[in-house]
Structure formats: structure tokens, C-alpha cells
Write a protein that binds this ligand. Structure first.
Ligand code: FCB
Length: 450
């Protein structure tokens, strides 16, 4: 049977996601800049002017608008807004006001993230989120900034990927503060971020009763390498509980798994502090039980044969690209009874060999989730334009638009045209698949994808 067009609900948000440090340029006052100066970018590169957004984000906003997009997620750079404790930079707020005004003038809904991995160096020096007064400090920043932007934005993401921030910062060591094997740090940082989020949630709602406030949690698909093997299943469960569920359990029920409670402390105040369910998803690992890997929950990570693999960067860190996970996570989140947003999804793919397949598969996964009853209201592709990928520097290219960071020249990749077609039609049609992803025609999922 010939494939039908997949139409999306009216008002569905087709957006792109970004973060201040990765796009603005010259973010010299945050802990990632210090991390770079200390030589921790694996490629040896510098963030430099990045995509030059501090000077001219509007050029790329105009491209997003030309693409037919109706939403854009960006983050505020706390280190610009509060360069020293309790000192506020009005010029920084003024620049964000310009940016949000420019988006709204183009009919695009801004989704504003308050913390996307970066914060002022002074905050880091006090211990980051592990400092005793971290929640109070974060709350003061939120209380300062939200009233000054509330006429331009009512859609907030307090914290991006607390689980990635904590895991990469405290066990893997690729992110500042660069601890390795510090499992206590992973739990305590996320618990503190949950409290900081809850404080922000309350503050924003005091200022803007109708605001929509949530987080962007990273959800990674873990499947047992041998689906019937009980030990692989157990190891898969451990990975899921530790990485995906900890922060969400705090958010949803105020209770984390018993094993984490002594370190996490009381999280009752966090319960229910979200108006929408936001998740970022990229990849999948197949988990094989390995008794030697106790520090990784007895799980050895493997990749399905023939899997879609994005550009490896400097360490192949991102695994099998798996947009199919969107359907599973969105269907599972439906039980929460709140609107759902895919706050990030994409692939590092400089030559654009996979990105069109990823876009088609993501659209199918979302459509299936909606058909199954999930109240999924938007998709933010990571990213509009190539940007500085944390410790991987420029070695991973996530943009619909290619960027030459030296000349600042921009070039639309083919998938930018595909995404534009989807957004403008608010649908995925067989003609789009035939043109951009013929491998996937007539409902085909590539073997590796299934
Ligand atoms: C996510 C981050 C985002 C970007 C993408 C590729 O984990 O939130 O900043 O780096 O991965």
C-alpha cells in the first residue's frame, strides 16, 4: 500500500535548538572558557566567536524563518548576566531582549533555557551545583532575569540535561569540573539541580502565572544486547535507572530509587514542578552484562551491526543514532498527562549522509506517538547551524546549515531544505521521502533502525 502523508496537529512547533556558549561567541566568563584555556578541548580548538550570535544572531534567525520554522530554543548565558556575584549587566539583558524581539517579530515562539551547561566562573569556583548556596544563587539569577524578559517569553526550560552535565562532569570527566568515577558527585549534583529547578519553577510562576516551565532531560535508549538474557536485561535496567530516571523520578514523584536516597536527600519539594515534559534524545546503546564493569552498572555498551553512526568526533562518544527512541519516550510520557516536547534531536553529520534519514524517522516516530495518544506538541532539531560541540570543538557538525567558523560563511545542507518542506507543510509526505530519503520509501525502516 502506498504511504500516506503524515499530518501533524495544527500549531505543532517545528523548531531548532541552540545554546549560548556554542553559538554566541566570546563567552569568556563561564567555566567552559576556563576549561578550554586549561587545554581540555580535545581538538585543541577555541570557541572564538562561535556562530557570532552575540553580534548578529538575527542573520540565522532570518534563515530559520525562511525555513518555515515557528519556534527556536536558545539559552541565556548566566556568566554575561551576572558577571560577579550580585552584579547585573543590563547590557546583556538588553541584547537578549533584542534577540527575543527579533524572533517574535518573525512569528517564532522562543523557548528559553536558563542553564545550558554553562555558568559564571565564580559559581564554579564555589563548587558549582554542589555548593551549599547553589540553589539560592541560581534562584537569584532567575528572579533577576525572568521579570525583565517575561513580556517576550513565557516558555522556559530551567536546566538542560542535568544527567549529562553530572555524568560528564563527575564520572567521565570530559566536562568541567572533570572528576572521574565520582558517583557521589553525579547523584548530589543532580539532586541539587533538581532543587534549583524547583526553586526556579516557583519563582517563574510567581512572576508569570501562565508560564510553561519544564526541563530538557536527555533520554538515551538502552536495549539488552541479547533481548532474552536476564543479565543483559538487568544491566539495561541499571543503566536506565541511573541515567534516564533519576532526575525524572525527582520531578515526577519527588522520590528517587532507594539506593540513591542517602546521597540525594529529600526531594519532595521537586515533585510535580513541570508544566510540560521536555526531552532530548539522540542515540541508543545495546547493553551486554559484564561483571567486570561494576562502575558502569555491569553494562558493556555495544552498537547494533549496521547501525546509523554519526561522525565520530574525537572519541565516537555518541553511539548509534536512534530517533526511533522518540516514539517510545513520548508514549511513555503520555501517562503524565502533560504536553510533551522533543527539545533536542539530531546527528553529527558533516556531509549530510544521514541527517535526512534522521529527520524522516523522527517525524514518523512523532506521528506514531501522537496517533497512540501522546500529546506531543513540538520538535526542536539540534541544530540550526554547526556550532561548538563542547569538548569535541568543531569536529562534530550538527547543523542543518553548515558553518565555516573562520569565514563565517553559511551553506544550507540538503536536510535544511527537507526540514523546511516538513515545517511548511506541517506534514511529512511521500514526495519528500522520495526526494530526500528514497531508502526509506513506503514505510521502510532500514534494518539497523528497527
Ligand atoms: C546535547 C546538548 C547540546 C548539544 C547536543 C549535540 O547533549 O544538550 O548542547 O551538544 O547534545
Amino acid at each position: 500500500m502506498a504511504e500516506q502523508s503524515l499530518r501533524f496537529p495544527e500549531g505543532f512547533l517545528w523548531g531548532v535548538a541552540s545554546a549560548s556558549h556554542q553559538c554566541e561567541g566570546e563567552t569568556t566568563n563561564n567555566q567552559w572558557y576556563a576549561w578550554q584555556q586549561a587545554g581540555h578541548i580535545k581538538t585543541g580548538e577555541q570557541v572564538g566567536i562561535a556562530c557570532d550570535w552575540w553580534r548578529d544572531a538575527e542573520r540565522d534567525f532570518a534563515s530559520a524563518h525562511d525555513m518555515g520554522l515557528n519556534a527556536l530554543r536558545l539559552s541565556l548565558e548566566w556568566s554575561r548576566i551576572e558577571p560577579r556575584p550580585g552584579e547585573w549587566d543590563d547590557g546583556a539583558i538588553a541584547r537578549y531582549r533584542q534577540m527575543l524581539t527579533a524572533l517574535r517579530a518573525r512569528g517564532m515562539t522562543p523557548l528559553v533555557t536558563l542553564h545550558h551547561f554553562t555558568h559564571p566562573q565564580w559559581f564554579e569556583a564555589r563548587g558549582g551545583f554542589l555548593a551549599d548556596d547553589a540553589v539560592t544563587r541560581f534562584a537569584a539569577y532567575v528572579a533577576q532575569v525572568v521579570p525583565q524578559l517575561s513580556d517576550l517569553c513565557d516558555f522556559w526550560c530551567t536546566i538542560n540535561e542535568p544527567n549529562v552535565y553530572a555524568t560528564f562532569g563527575y564520572t567521565i570527566g570530559d566536562f568541567p569540573p572533570g572528576h572521574t568515577g565520582d558517583l557521589r558527585g553525579v547523584i548530589r549534583a543532580q539532586a541539587q539541580m533538581a532543587r534549583a529547578h524547583a526553586a526556579a519553577y516557583a519563582i517563574i510562576h510567581q512572576i508569570q502565572p501562565n508560564a510553561r516551565v519544564g526541563v530538557a532531560q536527555q533520554l538515551h535508549t538502552f536495549d539488552p544486547a541479547r533481548p532474552r538474557n536476564p543479565l543483559d536485561r538487568l544491566a539495561t535496567r541499571i543503566q536506565t535507572t541511573a541515567f534516564n530516571d533519576f532526575f525524572l523520578d525527582a520531578l515526577i514523584s519527588g522520590q528517587v530509587a532507594p539506593i540513591f536516597r542517602p546521597l540525594a536527600g529529600d526531594l519532595q519539594a521537586v515533585r510535580g514542578t513541570f508544566d510540560y515534559f521536555g526531552f532530548n534524545t539522540y542515540a541508543r546503546d545495546l547493553i551486554r552484562f559484564d561483571p567486570g564493569k561494576w562502575s558502569e552498572g555491569f553494562g558493556h555498551r555495544t552498537t547494533a551491526p549496521g547501525a546509523w553512526l554519526g561522525d565520530p568526533g574525537t572519541g565516537g562518544v555518541y553511539g548509534e543514532i536512534y530517533p526511533q527512541g522518540i516514539e517510545r519516550f513520548a508514549r511513555d510520557a503520555a501517562r503524565l498527562g502533560k504536553p510533551i516536547y522533543v527539545t533536542e534531536n539530531g546527528v553529527a553529520d558533516a556531509t549530510d549522509r544521514l541527517r535526512p534519514l534522521i529527520l524522516v524517522t523522527a517525524a514518523r516516530a512523532m506521528h506514531a506517538a501522537i496517533a497512540a495518544g501522546a500529546d506531543l506538541r513540538g520538535y526542536f532539531h539540534w541544530s540550526l547551524i554547526d556550532n561548538f560541540e563542547w569538548a569535541q570543538g568543531w569536529s562534530m557538525r550538527f547543523g542543518l546549515i553548515a558553518l565555516d567558523p573562520t569565514t563565517q560563511e553559511r551553506t544550507w545542507r540538503r536536510s535544511a531544505h527537507l526540514y523546511a518542506a516538513i515545517a511548511r507543510a506541517n506534514a511529512l509526505t511521500p514526495a519528500m521521502i522520495a526526494e530526500y530519503a528514497p531508502e526509506l520509501m513506503d514505510g521502510t525502516e532500514l534494518a539497523a533502525g528497527g
